[in-house]
Design a protein around this ligand. Structure first.
Ligand code: ATP
Ligand code: MG
Ligand code: FE
Length: 342
């Protein structure tokens, strides 16, 4: 079965073809990061318009790259939510328009399910059940995953997501948008002993997180410096921020494994690309004797491959999940644990 995946929930347009027999056949991505950079964040209206411009050329690209004719596509999966309403509508209308034209069924996919299953696209993928840490721009959740559609929320952030904390702290340090990768690179040059930031909710006794205080702590450090804060100071603050955030994420993952008795940890979402987080989790895995799995770096942030894959997984379980019903509705807000049924 050949599934076309379309992602357009935020500021990346991603298209991909996933074949249940031969794996990922092609994927193509356009990131709008450059376009939104000058505004310091995603401008929804610009995002929607750009998805309209990019979707069809990216479709042509994946078809050409894989030498697949559009008539050979068996089903079309698109991100139905959560995300920006206007951006989601573009992917949904392209999917439904194509479905109608090609007489193929369409399927709305949950964006976070896409992230969550993305590590299964890697070689040597984990088997169910596992604990998953979803760390993206909008979400930070620990989940017990027993299968496709079987997600039990173990804990989540009470305020900012980890990616959001990265981006906001980077902005305070003048590192541009999105600042996750930049603050991570800068932290490499920081002195770990220069500042110590609090580890929010480290000993809360549950698996919830809170990162907004960390951002405020960064703001306080920045304010304590004269107007022309030097590069070394910035690096020291970046280091303190990354160390605190990574410590909390690692400790909560270890606790989630203890609580569930599972030995497999799966990381998903953009912050899963973070070097320091990977180092810390790898060290914990050796010490505590569990295995940790990551998505390929290119599939940590938003992409079409994870949507094609999630759609294909759902269709393998229930071939009727895709329908020739082209009246689409998007779900800008959509809790993941509400999609248990397949
Ligand atoms: P959601 O999936 O929750 O709707 P999103 O799609 O915007 O949010 P992703 O695309 O999964 O989120 O991830 C983007 C986030 O990942 C941004 O906040 C970005 O700064 C962060 N990020 C990406 N690479 C790194 C890195 N190397 N280190 C730290 N953060 C990173
Ligand atoms: Mg993005
Ligand atoms: Fe995402």
């Amino acid at each position: 079965m050949l599934v076309l995946g379309i992602e357009s929930s935020c500021d990346e347009t991603g298209l991909a073809l996933y074949d249940t027999q031969h794996g990922l056949r092609a994927h193509a991505l356009h990131s709008q990061v450059r376009m939104h950079e000058e505004y310091g964040g995603v401008v929804p209206e610009l995002a929607s318009r750009d998805h309209i411009r990019r979707a069809i050329p990216l479709l042509e690209k994946v078809l050409t790259d894989s030498s697949i004719a559009r008539g050979d596509i068996d089903a079309i999966a698109y991100t139905q939510g959560p995300g920006l309403a206007g951006a989601l509508l573009v992917g949904a209308s392209v999917a439904c328009g194509l479905g109608l034209a090609l007489d193929k069924p369409v399927l709305g996919v949950h964006h976070l399910e896409g992230h969550l299953l993305s590590p299964l696209l890697a070689s040597d993928p984990p088997e169910f059940p596992f604990v998953a840490l979803l760390v993206s721009g909008g979400h930070t959740q620990l989940m017990r995953v027993d299968g496709v559609g079987q997600y039990e929320l173990l804990g989540e952030t009470l305020d900012d997501a980890a990616g959001e904390a990265f981006d906001k702290s980077a902005k305070l340090l003048g590192l541009g948008y999105p600042g996750g990768p930049a603050i991570s690179r800068m932290a490499e040059f920081g002195d770990p002993a220069a500042y110590k930031l609090p580890r929010p909710m480290l000993h809360s006794g549950n698996l919830d997180f809170s990162f907004s205080g960390l951002k405020t702590a960064v703001l306080t450090l920045v304010k304590n410096h004269p107007a022309n804060i030097c590069e070394q100071d910035k690096a020291n603050i970046a280091r303190a921020f990354v160390d605190a955030l990574v410590d909390v994420l690692t400790a909560k993952c270890v606790n989630a494994l203890k609580q569930t008795g599972l030995k497999k940890l799966v990381i998903a979402g953009g912050v899963g690309a973070n070097r320091q987080l990977r180092e810390s989790l790898n060290a914990a895995a050796v010490k505590r004797k569990f295995r940790v799995y990551y998505p390929e770096l290119e599939f940590c942030t938003d992409n079409g491959a994870m949507i094609a894959f999630a759609g294909a997984m759902r269709l393998q379980i229930n071939p009727n999940a895709a329908k020739k019903d082209y009246a689409f509705n998007v779900k800008p807000r959509w809790p993941l644990d509400s999609i248990r049924e397949i």
